[in-house]
Ligand binder design. Structure first.
Ligand code: ATP
Ligand code: MG
Length: 177
């Protein structure tokens, strides 16, 4: 059997409650960048800290890094503002799926904005299926929807076996953010 090595765009999902969803996506982005591939990253939720990956990502050649969300949605007092930020991010994400400028796009924490009802699940699935056929896409976030899983090619569920957070250990720079 011969192996077809032509570029075939894959959809990957990193989900589950364990640590490693976003960092694995960034590891894959780093791998692609090493081959001279062009990568787009949209972070749908902005956390408390300016993360190390964001600091580096915003100044890395061949990488477009957008942090679009407002705060942690679950800490927010302004759902309407969060909804608008999420929808604006999705509008950019949707154009990237058709854009010749990228080889890989990462939509970080996108599952939350779907679960919050800010963006419709069927719209996201349809846009993913209509994307440029050689574009790779990585989606991250907990509680990936069954419909999203069914359109994906690779789905990994991170399972937490241990985390020192439960023992009161605070988030450590370079590891958690
Ligand atoms: P990472 O960004 O480290 O790959 P993640 O994307 O899998 O983590 P998120 O659900 O996006 O995890 O949570 C973001 C923050 O919560 C990160 O600081 C991460 O290290 C931390 N975290 C992830 N999983 C756990 C867990 N099971 N218990 C405590 N903290 C966690
Ligand atoms: Mg994450």
């Amino acid at each position: 059997m011969s192996i077809d090595r032509r570029a075939r765009g894959l959809i990957l999902i990193n989900t589950g409650n364990g640590k490693g969803k976003t960092t694995a996506a960034i590891g894959t982005a780093f791998r692609a960048l090493g081959h001279g591939m062009r990568v787009g990253m949209i972070q749908f939720i902005k956390g408390k800290w300016k993360t190390g990956e964001r600091k580096l990502g915003e100044q890395t050649p061949n990488l477009t890094w957008l942090t679009m969300g407002h705060g942690f949605t679950w800490e927010s007092l302004d759902l309407d503002r969060d909804r608008k930020a999420a929808q604006a991010a999705w509008e950019i994400a949707r154009t990237w799926l058709m854009d010749e400028s990228y080889d890989l796009v990462v939509f970080d924490e996108i599952t939350y904005i779907i679960n919050y009802g800010f963006v419709a699940l069927d719209q996201v699935c349809a846009a993913l299926q209509a994307r440029r056929s050689d574009l790779h896409v990585i989606l991250t976030g907990r509680d990936a929807q069954a419909e999203l899983i069914s359109v994906a090619d690779v789905v990994t569920e991170m399972q937490p076996l241990k985390h020192p957070y439960g023992d009161g250990v605070q988030a450590q720079k370079g590891i958690e953010f």
